[in-house]
Design a protein around this ligand. Structure first.
Ligand code: GDP
Length: 193
């Protein structure tokens, strides 16, 4: 999709704050600093629409970005940041559990991992949670430009194995630096619409 129009409609915590209407939604999740904001900005051709996190773990709202009057990207606050208090972590858990288990407009979760490393324990927990609730997932292994091409396949294999990857899901190699995987991501999103 060639994106011209993007609007942050609302930063929501509770379901009554979610936007009205029936546009399909895609929720983007990943650990803090994984490269989620950069990926969103690359997808929508913006320099800094989704703000890149100067303070990891800070944003504790679901940010609904309306794209071209066609769909929403829901930016889920990053997880796995050590300095977040237990109370904050619990609030985060409740908020995302409510969203992922009740939102009818949600078509797929986009789970972002760092292709350089095996998915973390938190990544695995997140993926298990999404699969437990029967949600289709698009797993995006980002920062591909940071490892040599010759290692991509090996790293993707490790990603699949560590997540106990469901073959009906999609796994896409990505780089916000080079734009690798951008067209594949839009194609996967379109298939899931
Ligand atoms: P977020 O916390 O998940 O939103 O992560 P950010 O998008 O803020 O990215 C964290 C850091 O990784 C920043 O310094 C980005 O410039 C860098 N980064 C993100 N994606 C990529 C990528 O694909 N390639 C490279 N080389 N750096 C990236």
């Amino acid at each position: 999709m060639k994106v011209n129009q993007v609007e942050l409609v609302i930063s929501a915590v509770r379901p009554e704050q979610y936007p009205d209407g029936l546009l399909p939604e895609f929720a983007l999740a990943g650990r803090s600093n994984v490269g989620k904001s950069s990926l969103i900005n690359k997808l929508i051709n913006r320099k800094a629409m989704a703000r890149t996190s100067s303070k990891p773990g800070k944003t504790q709202t679901l940010n609904f970005y309306k794209i071209e009057e066609t769909l929403f990207f829901v930016d889920v606050p990053g997880y796995g940041y050590a300095k977040v208090s237990k109370t904050e972590r619990e609030k985060w858990g409740k908020m995302i559990e409510t969203y992922f288990t009740s939102r009818k407009q949600l078509r797929a979760a986009i789970l972002i991992t760092d292709v350089r490393h095996p998915p973390t324990k938190d990544d695995v927990t997140m993926y298990e949670f999404l699969k437990h609730h029967g949600l289709p997932c698009i797993v995006v292994a980002t920062k591909a430009d940071k490892i040599p091409k010759g290692k991509w396949d090996k790293h993707l294999k490790i990603t699949r194995e560590t997540l106990d990857f469901d073959p009906s899901d999609e796994l896409i190699l990505f780089s916000s630096e080079t734009g690798l995987g951008k067209d594949k991501m839009w194609a996967a999103i379109n298939r899931a619409m």
